[in-house]
Design a protein. Structure first.
Length: 145
């Protein structure tokens, strides 16, 4: 089998403008069964890709600043949550459906930077990692003459 080259190409429009991603399930949401996947019916996030150029630039600047602020490399969890949350707010998360609170920039700017909201932050980054990717396609090998 041969892979279609075009199916490996990213959809740059979706990466830059965003796309709705529906995470079907997430692990660790049931403390009684921590290894069980929990369905997330109706949840969808409108996100840009982690390959979105302004995000990549801002992430690199944040990493360089972390090195100055924490030269020993020991970044406290609250600081790490704030940094990752701010990057997601500014560049990645554009909307959501399926949560009991309506999406708004004010709400998201408070939620994603909070250390205790790591699950939503992790789901946001997971979805952002999927934006613009295509399913690989194959072509049948030509029959020998």
């Amino acid at each position: 089998m041969t892979i279609k080259l075009g199916s490996l190409a990213a959809d740059l429009k979706k990466e830059r403008e965003g796309d709705w991603i529906e995470p079907k399930e997430w692990g660790g949401l049931n403390p009684e069964k921590p290894f069980e996947m929990t369905p997330l019916p109706g949840l969808a996030l409108l996100v840009r890709s982690t390959n979105y150029p302004p995000y990549m630039t801002a992430r690199q600047a944040a990493l360089e600043k972390i090195k100055l602020d924490y030269p020993d490399g020991q970044v406290p969890p609250d600081a790490q949550a704030r940094i990752n949350g701010e990057l997601a707010v500014q560049h990645l998360l554009l909307g959501w459906r399926g949560l009991d609170i309506e999406y708004s920039p004010d709400v998201v700017s408070n939620v994603l930077v909070a250390e205790e909201h790591r699950v939503l932050r992790d789901i946001t980054y997971y979805c952002a990692g999927l934006v613009g990717k295509r399913k690989v396609e194959f072509v049948e090998a030509a029959a020998k003459n």
